[in-house]
Design a protein. Structure first.
Length: 159
């Protein structure tokens, strides 16, 4: 398995013009798929998972984050695991950490759900690290104080 893909705008690699054009064409394809319609809430989700689906629908901008209908199953699983994690947390509030001297099994349920959540959130671009791979937070103003970036700009202008 290779490295995770990084969009050209978020990459620190210095691409040739041809490489950059090819990469940008590949990235544009991500936005040609039908965006995920968050107004269609899956019926089989429980109350907590439906609430998470609706919350995501309010905050996810599919114009900037290429989540499409192809990702529906991943988003559904994310919402299910949010529900599992929350219910496990609630159960931990009423149960002891140990039962008969052993770790409460709900701890394993909570840990497993959180592990899945972390993975799914990363796949969907819902974590800061995954968004950094999609969108580069630096601006032109940031580059003005970067001498190396200025030299590259000048060199590109002379080509």
């Amino acid at each position: 398995m290779g490295r995770k893909a990084v969009l050209s705008g978020a990459s620190s690699k210095h691409y040739t013009k041809d490489e950059l054009e090819e990469k940008q064409q590949q990235e544009e394809v991500l936005f040609t798929f039908e965006p995920l319609d968050f107004s269609k809430v899956p019926k089989k989700l429980d109350k907590l998972a439906k609430a998470e689906w609706k919350r995501l629908g309010l905050i996810v901008d599919t114009r900037n984050l290429p989540i499409s209908e192809l990702d529906r199953a991943i988003v559904v699983n994310y919402c299910v695991y949010v529900s599992v994690s929350e219910r496990a947390r609630e159960q931990m509030q009423v149960e002891p950490l140990t039962i008969d001297g052993r770790k409460n099994p709900i701890i394993d349920v909570l840990n497993g759900a959180n592990k899945e959540l972390k993975s799914l959130a990363s796949q969907l671009g819902l974590t800061i690290d995954s968004r950094m791979r999609i969108k580069n937070p630096t601006t032109e103003a940031d580059n003005e104080s970067d001498l190396f970036a200025q030299m590259l700009k000048e060199a590109e202008g002379q080509l």
